[in-house]
Design a protein around this ligand. Structure first.
Ligand code: ZN
Length: 160
């Protein structure tokens, strides 16, 4: 069975940046299960998986436009330290959930200058090339409920 729209695919993957640093990996854990064609994963990876079958391994390098987007400087802003109530020490790299005009987003502390905190609302992987090493471990039909929800249930997927 080849990966196609509305099928569930399970993949093992390792994601590295251009310097070869591992950013994320399923190796040693559960494979990632996703519903193909439903936008569960980044577009570049979904495109690369189209037509693949169990046992196929491949590497793909995905540009920001097909990954988490280009870094948007407009999402960087300086806020006063008082915004971080209950946090004793604010350090570069800390991540917080924040309510924004675009809904709940993860923001990352990019710089600390006295009581001025620069926060970055970009996805942590925005602007980066994403280098995936992927192996397809399972391809199966989706259940009616999975198609209805637009995501995979059970191992490697949603539990609810
Ligand atoms: Zn569901």
């Amino acid at each position: 069975m080849q990966i196609a729209k509305d099928l569930v695919a399970c993949i093992e993957y390792t994601l590295t940046d251009d310097a070869g640093t591992v950013i994320d990996s399923s190796v040693g854990g559960e494979p990632l299960a996703y519903l193909h064609g439903a936008g569960n994963i980044i577009p570049g990876l979904e495109d690369a998986l189209e037509g693949k079958k169990v046992g196929d391994s491949f590497k793909v390098s995905i540009a920001p436009a097909d990954g988490y987007g280009e870094k948007n400087e407009g999402l960087m802003q300086v806020v006063p330290k008082e915004m971080f109530q209950g946090v004793d020490t604010i350090e570069v790299g800390m991540q917080f959930h924040a309510q924004t005009d675009h809904g709940m987003q993860v923001i990352t502390v990019a710089a600390v200058d006295g009581s001025n905190i620069t926060v970055d609302g970009n996805h942590p992987l925005a602007g980066q090339n994403l280098n995936f090493d992927v192996k397809v471990v399972e391809v199966r039909a989706a259940s009616a409920e999975e198609l209805d929800h637009g995501h995979v249930h059970g191992a490697g997927g949603h539990h609810h």
